[in-house]
Write a protein of this length. Sequence first.
Length: 90
Amino acid sequence: MTANLPALPGGVGILSDTLAAVSGRITESGNILADYRTALASARRNGASIPKSVQKEARAAMRPIARTHALARLRLYLILHSAGYGENVS
């Protein structure tokens, strides 16, 4: 889901603060996931062999971050929907 955030008058208030916080969480968790995928791709490109135990540990560490990312995106959608932005958020 990509969201084209609506322009909020003045950029202040509870809705703006909430959107900023949720957007920050989405960005932070997305960056962590991207770094993880980049590191794996780099290892594959360079022919590095990653032990199964390390792969298993890394995947386990990424699961809660991926959940956080998905839930923050869902929360953003719900906030915008409840604020009256309806189905235009996609």
